[in-house]
Write a protein that binds this ligand. Structure first.
Ligand code: ZN
Ligand code: ZN
Length: 610
């Protein structure tokens, strides 16, 4: 009878492989080198990686192991917990089994294992051996070497190899080199190399786009995406689209995000769960909660991250009740919340001042779902309690934390002390805060305002002196506005914009119109609370005011204005924006450092609480 040859396909589970192995033994084929080699191949490809001893024992039972079997064993070991063992295995094979000669695959797999273990020394030995055996002209091995050196942060060595090969490099070599340069933060070299590449594939574009985005160059990343989409030569993949959406979301620029969405539509790209989730997140972060909800409702399949994006989005827009209702539905559908879900839920409660709900959810999180609160959860609770006037309870909560509170929490408390007139506690917290976070000028301003309110003028002068001494104005405020297909960036007191003269004229006319409507700038306090914006610039020239003035010049009457600001909007600008929304009949959406403000008919969605 002919032996039953086991059918091996590369998608078998570990149990199925063991069954095939058993059949191989029963049929007496366990010494057939090619069958056992294939068994090792399937092991190297099985989704859950097997414990190292299993493939090793198979290999050791082979009377005459082949290079093919040895290579697949190296691949199995590369996936194990200590990938570098594949190098010791290689050494022992060379020592004991002289009939197994390494080939190009051996070196590729070994270098991959060394890269995974970030074992520079071992990898260099493999490199030396490949040179010695004359394998170094092979383009696969060269690519593996470039990739290995880049992974081990040895960009210089990788570059030397890359440079050395000249003719025998292909698109994979270039891609590996560009990815390595990005890892090393060598933006300029990566850009130059990308421009010089003779042929670019999807991997090359992915490397550039994610490189920009991960290095915080969001606008450049989107520009690169646009070029790729316009070139029509290649179809972007899901990873590129998700990255482009996340860049738009981080920037908060709706037009940019919309254009990525229309690219997705024009490619008839299926809305997968990651892509749909990225769209929900992008629309929420770019201020269009309506579109965000629409995409969410249209999605046929969602996962917990989709729900998290929607709940957090609703929370950021101050739609607390809606966020909580959605959370209820989420639980009814039998989904299990993650710690991020509770960040969304608790911030929804704190932003909408839902004290009892917040307390209930906080308890639910710990008691039913067993999550230890993290910094963000504490932050939301401190915010919630202190806004509701339970400041001592908030202090107790901070003191019960196992990790030291971050300065933002103390700053929240400080703000609450000012609102609720708790001068003594405020002084205590304020002094603590300026020591914890000495470069943040907002804390000095808050503290001096508390002193001013308590008529302690010497302390006011002292804190002001400290602020100047410590040069606290580190964070410069900026605002972004999209108009006419361009992104306009404004900083406080900006004099660089090409239409600056008209902008400042517009600012004057805005002031006249809102003064007619009853606006009086707040000059009662000695220290005007100009918050986190640069000190030397007057409040009237804060970046968002310049952006709004410009928007009124260049947008159609009645069109909604969207501004993205990096810092929290100050009280005076908040008031002025409310007045503008009424006097000019415009809806204005401002995304500031912590939330969204929808200004309409003289009111703001945050109910003056931010
Ligand atoms: Zn301001
Ligand atoms: Zn507001």
């Amino acid at each position: 009878m002919l032996p039953r040859r086991p059918k091996l396909t590369p998608t078998l589970s570990l149990d199925q492989i063991k069954q095939s192995h058993a059949r191989l033994i029963l049929s007496g084929d366990s010494s057939d080198a090619s069958l056992v080699g294939r068994l090792l191949l399937v092991l190297a490809l099985t989704p859950s990686s097997p414990p190292a001893h299993y493939p090793l024992s198979i290999f050791q039972s082979m009377p005459r192991p082949s290079a093919f079997a040895a290579n697949n064993l190296i691949r199995c070991l590369a996936r194990s917990e200590s990938p570098v063992e594949s190098v010791s295995l290689y050494a022992s094979i060379l020592r004991d089994r002289v009939n197994v000669m390494p080939n190009e695959h051996t070196f590729t797999f070994l270098l991959h294992a060394c890269g995974k273990a970030r074992a520079l020394g071992e990898g260099m030995q493999v490199h030396a051996h490949a040179v010695k055996l004359g394998w170094c002209g092979d383009v696969f091995i060269r690519n593996a070497l470039v990739h290995f050196y880049c992974t081990c942060d040895s960009t210089e060595s990788a570059y030397r190899l890359f440079d050395e090969v000249g003719q025998s490099r292909d698109v994979v070599t270039w891609n590996a080199m560009i990815t390595g340069l990005w890892r090393d933060g060598r933006l300029d070299v990566a850009e130059k190399m990308f421009a010089e590449m003779p042929e670019k594939d999807v991997v090359s574009w992915t490397a550039m786009i994610t490189g920009y985005v991960q290095n915080g160059k969001l606008e450049e990343g989107l520009e690169c995406f646009r070029k790729m989409a316009e070139s029509d030569l290649l179809r972007p993949n899901e990873a590129i689209l998700v990255t482009a959406l996340s860049a738009s979301a981080q920037l908060g620029l709706l037009e940019q995000g919309r254009s990525v969405h229309s690219t997705i539509d024009s490619l008839s790209f299926p809305i997968t769960v990651p892509l749909g989730t990225a769209l929900v997140d992008m629309y929420a972060k770019c201020g269009s909660i309506e579109r965000s909800k629409y995409v969410f409702e249209q999605m046929r399949k969602r996962n917990v991250w989709t729900w998290n994006a929607m709940i957090c989005g609703l929370a950021a827009h101050g739609l607390g009740q809606e966020a909580l209702a959605l959370f209820e539905t989420f639980l009814e559908e039998g989904l299990k919340p993650t710690s991020v879900t509770f960040v969304g839920v608790l911030s929804a409660c704190s932003r909408s001042r839902l004290l009892d709900e917040g307390r209930r959810c906080y308890k639910l999180m710990m008691e039913k779902y067993g999550f230890e609160p993290e910094m963000e959860h504490y932050g939301c609770m401190v915010d919630l309690l202190s806004r509701a006037g339970h400041i001592y309870e908030a202090v107790e909560l901070i003191e019960s934390m196992k990790v030291p509170a971050d300065p933002v929490m103390w700053a929240t408390l400080l703000g609450a002390c000012k609102v609720h007139g708790l001068a003594e506690l405020g002084e205590e917290i304020g002094s603590k805060l300026i020591n914890l976070d000495p470069v943040h000028d907002g804390h000095y301003v808050q503290l001096s305002n508390i002193y001013a309110k308590a008529m302690k003028w010497t302390d006011v002068v002292r804190v002001r002196g400290l602020m100047i001494e410590r040069k606290a104005s580190k964070n410069a405020g900026w605002s972004l506005l999209e108009a006419g297909g361009k992104v306009h960036r404004f900083v406080a007191g900006d004099r660089r914009h090409e239409r600056r003269l008209e902008i400042y004229e517009m600012l004057d006319s805005i002031e006249r119109r809102i003064a007619e409507a009853g606006y009086r700038p707040d000059t009662s306090s000695v220290l005007h609370d100009i918050g986190e914006e640069e000190k030397e610039n007057a409040v009237r020239e804060h970046s968002e005011r310049l952006a709004i003035a410009f928007a009124l010049m260049v947008t159609r009457p009645g069109e909604r204005i969207r501004v993205v600001k990096n810092l929290r909007v100050c009280a005076d600008c908040h008031e002025v924006t409310k007045m503008i929304s009424k006097a000019f009949g415009r809806e204005i959406v401002v995304r500031d450092g912590s939330r969204f403000h929808h200004f309409k008919e003289g009111k703001c969605s945050c109910l003056d609480y931010w």
